[in-house]
Design a protein around this ligand. Structure first.
Ligand SMILES: *[C@@H]1O[C@H](CO)[C@@H](O)[C@H](O)[C@H]1NC(C)=O
Ligand SMILES: *[C@@H]1O[C@H](CO)[C@@H](O)[C@H](O)[C@H]1NC(C)=O
Ligand SMILES: *[C@@H]1O[C@H](CO)[C@@H](O)[C@H](O)[C@H]1NC(C)=O
Ligand SMILES: *[C@@H]1O[C@H](CO)[C@@H](O)[C@H](O)[C@H]1NC(C)=O
Ligand SMILES: *[C@@H]1O[C@H](CO)[C@@H](O)[C@H](O)[C@H]1NC(C)=O
Length: 483
């Protein structure tokens, strides 16, 4: 089938790319670093056994390395002349990794040592261990590029009652002002989200299925803020209290082979959220969660998403944009070779009324839908309270292309194609070709819905769409694009 071969191509191409680039990586010696001054009683397996020279409990990853950790090392910082990446193992900085000890200080110390070293290095979270750390900002700038390699499990305190009062409840791990950082590894970031999802202020989690009002902050698990040239690869992130991974104010982000996993009914757990960020690639990743699989917020441009699988999510969304009459500019977004299944939305653009700015050059291509409700949707009446006023300004949508989008929809609620554009600011230049959507069971239900949507059908769609308006509108209301 065409989709799967395209998907395979994408996967192959990126594996090729990946192996070429990783192949270039230093084969030199690996140096282990210990905390300066040596004494870190917290890392002895039993408190009080107090042997500073005891080897931390992990297996040395490189047999060619002469296992320097077992030697008392009076000069723990080898001269850069020895070459190879330096390893800052968090256990050598006092992390215990027993799932309950607070290992925050060790992580901060390891980070600081790596960040201030001239030669950069790898902050390593070894595979044996469950490391509990509290909300932390890993900030730069660092002297050179850093890697945080998570091979074990890293997690926050278990729920709001254990969250330190002085810590922000809006974020857990923040990477701030870094240039050239990699987050990778074979391990897991476990969000311990359940107790946050069950807060009575979360939708229908109050008494008798109500939703209690009041502040409802829950931490985003990983946030990259004002950082450039960030790579994330290979790790698994699960059960986030809120967004799993968020990028804001960044430039140059490359994500690949990421796995995100949270239950279908975990509120507000967007997989990857991008805003005010330019130049993003998201490749060959699997995201199963309870809100948007990927969401692209205001100020995003040049985003390339390929080979992503979204399961029981709210699909891939651009938006929401223009909330509280704000300006939003989003352009040049491509989603190609995706599979979206068991989802309430497929590919969606959502804007609030009363906003300004524009969304342009959006390409949705080679997308397979399976049991998804609104496969293709533009909603310019996005509103959480169902009581939003109709306003005269709106974010202007123009140049949205849907090509080779096939598969099945569940027809429980409404037509699989739904274009609800603003009353005063129509959507323009929508193009559709090779769109074929069939009900996963039962009969072809409804005609697609269009309101104020201009565009062309390049090939006949299934279901047939005859509600797109030809040409360009005579007037385009209050466009305050200014992007
Ligand atoms: C993580 O990235 C660093 C630097 O790119 C590399 O040396 C290391 O092998 C990577 N680890 C994994 C598990 O991919
Ligand atoms: C669109 O974004 C891609 C990266 O996703 C970039 O390579 C390309 O140059 C951008 N196109 C324009 C016209 O800026
Ligand atoms: C279809 O998707 C819905 C979620 O939108 C899910 O609850 C249901 O189990 C799925 N059906 C099948 C047959 O997988
Ligand atoms: C807003 O406009 C839409 C489209 O014309 C209409 O369906 C809806 O009823 C209006 N809502 C209000 C609150 O006036
Ligand atoms: C229409 O939209 C496509 C992207 O879908 C863009 O490449 C093209 O330039 C747009 N045409 C006009 C006339 O704006």
């Amino acid at each position: 089938m065409k989709h799967s071969s395209i998907f395979t191509l994408v996967v192959l191409a990126s594996i090729l790319w990946w192996s070429q680039n990783v192949g270039k990586l230093v084969e030199g010696r690996v140096h282990y670093h210990k905390k300066k001054g040596g004494s870190s009683p917290a890392y002895s397996p039993a408190p009080g056994s107090g042997d500073d020279d005891q080897p931390p409990t992990f297996s040395p990853p490189d047999p060619r390395s002469p296992a320097p950790v077992v030697q008392p090392d009076p000069y723990p910082y080898p001269s850069p002349a020895q070459g190879g990446p330096c390893i800052y193992d968090v256990t050598a900085f006092g992390a215990v990794g027993d799932g309950s000890n607070d290992d925050t200080a060790a992580f901060r110390d390891a980070w600081k040592a790596a960040c201030t070293a001239d030669s950069g290095g790898v902050v390593l979270v070894p595979s044996r261990g469950r490391f509990m750390i509290t909300s932390t900002i890993f900030s730069g700038p660092c002297k050179s590029e850093l890697v945080l390699q998570i091979d074990g499990i890293v997690m926050p305190p278990d729920g709001p009652d254990c969250w330190p009062k002085s810590d922000s409840k809006k974020q857990w791990l923040v990477f701030y002002r870094l240039d050239g950082m990699t987050l990778n590894g074979t391990g897991t970031i476990e969000g311990n989200g359940q107790k946050w999802w069950d807060l009575p202020c979360k939708p229908h989690r109050g008494p008798h299925g109500t939703t209690l009002s009041g502040p409802c902050d829950s931490p985003a698990l990983i946030r990259f803020f004002m950082s450039n040239n960030v790579r994330v690869s290979g790790i698994r992130i699960q059960n986030s209290p809120q967004f799993h991974m968020k990028f804001d104010g960044c430039e140059g982000v490359h994500i690949e082979k990421l796995q995100i996993n949270s239950p279908q009914y975990s509120p507000n757990t967007d997989g990857i959220h991008v805003e005010n960020t330019k130049g993003v690639g998201i490749y060959n990743s699997m995201i199963a969660n309870g809100d948007d699989c990927i969401s692209i917020g205001p100020g995003s441009s040049d985003v390339d998403i390929q080979g992503v699988v979204c399961d029981h999510s709210h699909g891939i969304s651009i938006g929401s944009l223009g909330v509280h009459n704000s300006q939003a500019c989003v352009s040049n977004i491509t989603v190609r070779g995706a599979m979206i299944k068991n989802s309430d939305n497929g590919v969606r653009i959502k804007t609030w009324q009363g906003g300004s700015g524009s969304v342009s050059d959006i390409f949705f291509e080679d997308i397979q839908m399976e049991n998804t409700t609104y496969c293709i949707i533009i909603d310019q009446y996005y509103c959480l309270s169902k009581a939003c006023r109709n306003e005269t300004s709106a974010v202007y949508l123009s140049g949205v292309s849907y090509k080779n989008i096939k598969g099945t929809y569940n027809n429980l609620r409404s037509p699989p194609i739904h274009f609800a554009c603003s009353d005063t600011v129509p959507c323009t230049n929508i193009t559709m070709s090779e769109v074929e959507l069939l009900p996963s069971q039962g009969v072809l239900v409804d005609n697609p819905f269009c309101w104020n949507a201009y565009g062309v059908q390049e090939t006949l769609t299934i279901p047939p769409i005859d509600c797109l308006l030809d040409g360009m509108p005579q007037t385009i209301g209050e466009i305050v694009a200014g992007c």
